[in-house]
Design a protein around this ligand. Structure first.
Ligand code: F6P
Length: 419
């Protein structure tokens, strides 16, 4: 009998996570003779526990194709942590009951490091509970901090958004600087890893080009040196353009901006470092400034996605289905860089255990000796990831034609379960 696929999106979404969903569904449809339906968890694993499964077979071909260019998470995502099997036994058992009730043979979990851990645990417990399911992790995270894979789907597009934004905003501040604003600060995401902030550095190709300063989470913030550099840029180039990562910490290891809340995984909620840095500039140097927090704008900016990233996001979805058909479990498709010039990549395979719960930071060799910029090696790594454009179609009103799915739920057969 043909088994069904259960696909779920997890954690923070990306501009291209739906391209991965598109890859999963189109590949499964192309293998109709061997795969039943593709169900999607409503709001990720939370929906699976509640037996809220979306039947993607109710969506027509055009809607599924349109997922490739639609940002957000089409089925909903969540931050919900399944703890150890001992601590969360009832939830794991419930999960298996749901998988059993809907003839799921393949569980495809699309997320970051925490999600790889969950997929790994589900693969173990499903065997123990006598209903073995093939579990495949599918990578995504704008933070680009998953180990093993050369890059993470979602990152390239956010990197491109940040590079383009700092390039454009810098032209603005440069025009105003003689009589008005002298400093512009762009805050970007990335939590503990500076990959996204580093991408802003791709714009600086010649001496004096913006951004003049990048503040990385990997480099403890040193106020005196920072202010010296701001002053130097203003005095020599007329203005100072800065990219700051939300995860920047002081020399005592404390985040410069921590809102005080934590998510289900225990991650501190970050955000708001740009005004902190701006206030330091104002109080010490007196320059007029503007700041921006790119926040969800960067994570949803599908209109300026990188083609490389869209292609890779689609490819990991398609590969996950192929892995499932090859009988694999406990693995994740990853991106392998074959060459830099020309940039070539292919899909590889990694054991989930090697990916789970580990963060890949920027190597020292990617950060300049003064700690405020990127090196040629970083440029070689980052450059290809933002290349290519993949514009969404636009309607007559000038807006992108993004799809909203119907998300029809499958009839429940199990008792209610509180999540
Ligand atoms: O998914 C990673 C990430 O985008 C981080 O860069 C950021 O700190 C975090 O998610 C924000 O998460 P949330 O949307 O849950 O507040």
């Amino acid at each position: 009998m043909k088994k069904n696929i259960l696909y779920a999106q997890s954690g923070g979404v990306t501009p291209v996570i739906n391209a991965t969903a598109c890859g999963v569904i189109e590949t499964a449809r192309a293998n109709r003779d061997r795969i039943g339906k593709v169900y999607a968890g409503k709001d990720g694993i939370m929906g699976i526990l509640r037996e809220e499964l979306i039947d993607t077979s109710k969506e027509n071909k055009a809607n599924i194709t349109a997922l490739r260019h639609t940002p957000g998470g089409a089925f909903g995502s969540c931050r919900y942590k399944l703890r150890s099997i001992e601590e969360s036994r009832r939830e794991y058992e419930r999960l298996i009951e749901v998988l059993k009730a809907h003839d799921i043979g393949y569980f495809l979990y699309n997320g970051g490091g925490d999600s790889a851990d969950t997929a790994y645990k589900v693969s173990q417990i499903s065997k123990k509970l006598g209903f073995p399911v093939q579990c495949i992790g599918v990578p995504k995270t704008i933070d680009n901090d998953l180990p093993v894979t050369d890059s993470c789907p979602g990152f390239g597009s956010v990197a491109k958004y940040v590079a383009v934004s700092i390039m454009e905003a810098s032209l603005d501040v440069e025009s105003m600087a003689s009589s008005s604003t002298k400093v512009f600060i762009l805050e970007v995401m990335g939590r503990h890893a500076g990959w996204i902030a580093a991408a802003g550095g791709l714009v600086a190709r010649e001496e004096g080009d913006p951004p003049h300063i990048i503040l990385f989470p990997e480099v403890p913030f040193k106020q005196r040196e920072f202010l010296k550099k701001v002053k130097y840029a203003v005095e020599n180039y007329g203005y100072c353009s800065i990219v700051v990562s939300e995860g920047v910490r002081n020399s005592r290891g404390k985040f410069l901006a921590e809102t005080g809340t934590r998510d289900a995984f225990g991650h501190a909620q970050l955000g708001g470092v740009a005004p902190v840095v701006a206030e330091i500039v104002r109080s010490r140097l007196g320059y007029k400034y503007h700041w921006a927090v790119s926040d969800y704008l960067q994570r949803s900016a599908r209109h300026v996605a990188a083609k490389t990233d869209v292609d890779q996001a689609y490819a990991v979805g398609a590969a996950a289905v192929k892995f499932a058909l090859e009988g694999k479990s406990g693995v994740m498709p990853v991106i392998k860089r074959v060459s830099n010039n020309p940039y070539r990549w292919k899909i590889g395979e990694a054991a989930l255990g090697r990916v789970a719960n580990r963060e890949k930071m920027m190597p020292k060799s990617y950060i300049t000796a003064d700690g405020f910029g990127i090196t040629p090696a970083a440029r070689r790594y980052l450059g290809p990831l933002i290349r290519g454009e993949d514009y969404p179609p636009y309607d007559r009103d000038g807006l992108p034609k993004y799809v909203r799915l119907h998300n029809v739920l499958v009839r429940k057969t199990l008792p209610e379960f509180d999540v």
